[in-house]
Design a protein around this ligand. Structure first.
Ligand code: HEM
Length: 365
């Protein structure tokens, strides 16, 4: 989908309008048009989510946080999410679940690869990890645990998977955008990452979430992966609750606004060599000072789970680099062509070779 929007940017420029049946869709793709939407007086006007049918049927009649209209209910939901799940103290209190789930994923992968390289299609372990973390943090139960009476978790997971099919493949595993990291085909980047892990954490114990602030290169790799392969290349639709103006154009009430993260993140006037994976471009820039980057959205409705997302991504990528050696399947380049979807699933499943490093024996013993 984002590929088509990007072709239109080349033809029509940083702001253009499409007609989807009776709905007007305004696509903004440059730093100035996106900032005008989400950092000026337009922000409260555009904080509304669009009233698409997906919000009615899958978002509990527009009451789910990511489908609710801007107003008291939305504010309450955000407050509830912030205090009950995403506050620093709540995130810290549940850290052992995330450490444990990543360790379990590594252990499971290692069984196949103690002696020799094994092949893995990465989507499945990452999907299971995302679900297990999500359901354990919210219900205390694992999503994928065959022998346990799960009190309905399987039903929930099946429902979510079905939802992802309808919702154009918005699978939690895709959302966390793990596969983008494997653009780390450049051996120099993988080596630098591994060196950082070995120097800071070593080979006697597995990485834990609390180590992440000591791993600046890992953070830069994640940011660069989100720049080149944003989890949502087109930010979820917003809707203008009043008439407003963007880049001098009159935008009537009811228009759907789509911000094009992919185009912004690959704009050659803003990013040097935008199509090259260079984590160092984020060196010395704190999270709050990163410009021209909307991997977590922008403005009032930006992602509530950004800090949790960073923690999970850091822990997962750091652990798989620390504990496993990785190789591309010989003669097979990674095909990053995107499939249809709100998130960024890829057409060709990502298969790679991996082998347990010696640290895994210590963890298992
Ligand atoms: C890599 C991880 C993640 C990325 C890249 C990401 C990205 C995004 C993006 C782009 C949006 C749309 C923002 C907008 O419309 O302006 C969003 C919204 C949201 N995200 Fe995330 N997200 C991540 C993880 C999480 C996690 C772990 C949670 C919570 C457990 C979460 C909760 C939310 C919520 C509640 C919203 C809707 C906010 C609202 O409408 O008020 N996200 N996210």
């Amino acid at each position: 989908m984002y590929v088509t929007y990007n072709k239109l940017v080349e033809k029509y420029g940083p702001i253009y309008t499409l007609e989807y049946g009776s709905r007007r869709v305004v696509v903004v793709s440059s730093a100035s048009t996106i900032e005008e939407c989400f950092t000026t007086k337009n922000d409260p006007i555009l904080t509304n989510r669009s009233f698409l049918l997906v919000g009615k049927y899958l978002g509990y009649n527009y009451t789910a946080i990511d489908h609710a209209p801007y107003g008291d209910h939305w504010r309450n939901m955000r407050r509830l999410a912030a205090s009950e799940m995403l506050s620093i103290s709540r995130m810290n209190s549940l850290v052992s679940i995330r450490n444990d789930e990543v360790k379990q994923m590594i252990t499971k992968l290692s069984h196949e690869s103690m002696q020799n390289f094994a092949k893995v299609e990465l989507k499945t372990p990452f999907r299971d990890l995302a679900f297990n973390i999500m359901t354990r943090m919210t219900t205390g139960k694992r999503a994928f645990d065959d022998d346990v009476d799960d009190g309905g978790i399987k039903e929930f997971v099946n429902g979510m998977m079905e939802l992802t099919t309808y919702y154009d493949s918005a699978n939690p595993g895709d959302f966390i955008s793990f596969w983008g990291w494997f653009d780390v085909q450049d051996p120099r980047i993988l080596k630098k990452l591994k060196d950082e892990m070995d120097n800071v954490i070593g080979q006697d114990r597995i990485l834990e979430e609390g180590d992440l602030p000591k791993l600046p290169y890992l953070r830069m790799v994640i940011l660069e992966a989100l720049r080149m392969f944003p989890a949502t290349p087109m930010i979820d639709p917003h809707i203008a609750s009043e008439d407003c103006s963007i880049a001098g154009y009159h935008i009537p009430r009811g228009s759907i606004i789509l911000a094009n993260a992919w185009a912004l993140h690959r704009d050659p006037t803003l990013w040097k060599d935008p199509d090259t994976f260079v984590p160092e471009r984020f060196e010395g820039i704190s999270d709050g000072a990163i410009k021209n980057f909307i991997g977590f959205g922008m403005g009032r409705s930006s992602c509530r789970g950004m800090h949790l997302g960073h923690r999970i991504m850091g822990l997962t990528l750091g652990s798989i680099v620390q504990c496993l050696d990785w190789q591309m399947i010989s003669g097979k380049d990674i095909d990053m062509t995107g499939a249809n979807g709100v998130t960024m699933p890829i057409v060709v499943p990502l298969e790679v070779m991996y082998k347990a490093r010696p640290i895994v024996k210590k963890i298992l013993s």
